[in-house]
Design a protein around this ligand. Structure first.
Ligand code: 5GP
Length: 134
C-alpha cells in the first residue's frame, strides 16, 4: 500500500506544496514546530532514509538546501535546522525547521495550530523564494 506521502505526491491527499522537481517534493509539515517547518521527500518510496542510494541522498540534500535557503528568506531565523527521524511515516523525509534557538528542534515541543489560510500563505511565501539551480 502506498505511504501517505506517496499519496500526497500523487495528489490523492492535499498538501501545502513548497517545491517539486522530477525526483523530490517539499511540503509543509501539518504539525509544525515553527512557521515554515517543511518536509522534503523523494518521490521514490523508500522507508529508511539511509536505504536511499548515495546518488539519491546527494540530490535530495541539494534540493533540501534550495528549500532551506527559501525558508530562511521567507522566515528570517538564525539557521534552518535539519533532522531525519522517520518513526511515524515510513517514507524517507528530511525535516527543515527555522530555528531561533536550539530548543526549536525539540520534536517533543507542542506543535503550532495553523488555519488552512495560514498554511497556504506560508507555503506561498516560501515557494516564491525558491531558486532552482538544477
Ligand atoms: P517522523 O516520521 O519524522 O517522526 O514524523 C513524520 C512527520 O510527518 C510529522 O512531523 C507529522 O506531523 C508529519 N505528517 C504526518 N502525516 C502528515 C500528512 O498527512 N501531511 C503532512 N503535511 N504532514 C504529515
Amino acid at each position: 500500500m502506498a505511504t501517505i506521502f506517496s499519496r500526497i505526491v500523487a495528489g490523492e491527499i492535499p498538501s501545502y506544496k513548497v517545491a517539486e522537481n522530477d525526483k523530490f517534493y517539499a511540503f509543509l509539515d501539518i504539525n509544525p514546530l515553527a512557521k515554515g517547518h517543511t518536509l522534503v521527500i523523494p518521490k521514490r518510496e523508500v522507508d529508511y532514509f539511509f536505504d536511499l542510494t548515495d546518488e539519491e541522498i546527494g540530490e535530495m540534500q541539494i534540493f533540501a538546501k534550495q528549500v532551506a535557503e527559501a525558508i530562511k528568506k521567507a522566515f528570517p531565523c538564525i539557521k534552518v535546522g535539519q533532522a531525519v527521524l522517520g518513526l511515524e511515516v515510513p517514507h524517507a523525509h528530511i525535516h527543515l525547521v527555522p530555528m531561533q534557538s536550539e530548543r526549536d528542534m525539540l520534536f517533543s515541543n507542542p506543535k503550532l495550530k495553523l488555519t488552512a489560510e495560514e498554511f497556504a500563505e506560508i507555503a506561498e511565501k516560501i515557494s516564491k523564494e525558491i531558486v532552482c539551480r538544477n
